[in-house]
Design a protein around this ligand. Structure first.
Ligand code: G3D
Ligand code: MG
Length: 273
């Protein structure tokens, strides 16, 4: 029996194709293969972990957010960072610019939006490098510079994948404990799955109506009309938003497609409620 149970949101950040989705898949279902949903907007995966520290056992439910890789999708990224209690910063050891990107883009962006949270640096695709010593040195230099811990991993072979996530989980638990000791209230996370589904529905509606740029104003309007706050949506609000979006879409698409989209989106809501 665990002494305590906590649920925490963590995010994986890093440039496109560094292996974020692959790391999550390896960690959660222990597979390295292609038949996995590609990330549209944000995808949330759940994983239970048990952290044993001296004198205490804590069960942690990780809500792992796979954030869109491209640097351009600012709004979605920002909503994904909110409420994050830890982050894995992922780069590709075979592409040194992706490490630079962690330092110059991802960390500053995260710090600007979320409160200070535990971070773990992950140099992925170590199976591809011939010179491990060099990769290790690069990692260690970055760890020193950023003052965070790190690992060389491979989603392909599984090397250090578990260790990276476990390290982050431990840091998140320690962080919670020290805040409790300081007498701070540790709030429960907002229902992050709902925020993710809200994102997902909005992105899907944009895709259905000609892309984000053209359709986002219409989508946003319908979501607001349903009384949904995208940062704290309710199940009922989302269901209504799906109805309104279907209504709006019926001027652009044929009835069967609109209905199919509606059912798909209601399915996403149902999955988490
Ligand atoms: P992303 O989610 O960060 O964008 P993905 O990255 O997980 O989609 O991975 C991008 C590509 O890198 C994928 O190849 C994936 O198979 C590969 N990859 C991920 N992790 C590793 C790893 O540890 N080692 C090796 N060798 N390859 C890895 P494809 O070809 O499917 O685009
Ligand atoms: Mg991905």
């Amino acid at each position: 029996m665990a002494d305590e149970r906590i649920k925490r949101k963590v995010v994986l950040l890093g440039d496109g194709a560094v292996g974020k989705t692959s790391l999550i898949r390896r960690f959660v279902v222990d597979k390295f293969s292609d038949d996995y949903i590609t990330t549209i907007g944000t995808k949330v995966t759940k994983k239970d972990l048990r952290i044993e520290s001296p004198g205490k056992v804590v069960d942690v439910t990780f809500m792992i957010w796979d954030v869109l890789g491209q640097k351009g999708y600012k709004n979605i990224q920002e909503s994904s960072f909110q409420g994050a209690k830890g982050a894995l910063l992922v780069y590709d050891v075979s592409r040194v610019d992706t490490l630079r990107s962690v330092k110059e883009y991802w960390i500053p962006r995260l710090i600007a939006i979320a409160k200070p949270v535990p971070l773990v640096l992950v140099g992925n695709k170590v199976d591809l490098v011939k010179d491990r010593t060099r990769a290790r040195e690069e990692l260690e230099d970055a760890m020193e510079e950023l003052r965070i811990t790190g690992f060389l991993s491979s989603a392909k072979t599984g090397e250090s994948v578990e260790a990276s996530f476990a390290c982050l989980a431990k840091a998140v638990v320690l962080e919670v404990e020290s805040r409790v000791r300081r007498g701070e209230i540790v709030e429960e996370d907002t229902p992050t799955e709902l925020i993710a589904v809200c994102d997902q529905i909005m992105m899907d509606a944009c895709d259905a109506m000609g892309g984000q740029e053209a359709a986002m104003p219409i989508v946003r309007q319908q979501v607001q009309r349903a009384g949904v706050d995208a940062k704290a949506p309710s199940v009922q609000g989302l269901v209504l938003a799906v109805e309104y979006l279907a209504e709006a879409e019926s001027s652009f698409r044929n009835a069967a497609d609109v209905e199919a989209s509606k059912l798909k989106r209601l399915g996403w809501i149902k999955e988490i409620s």
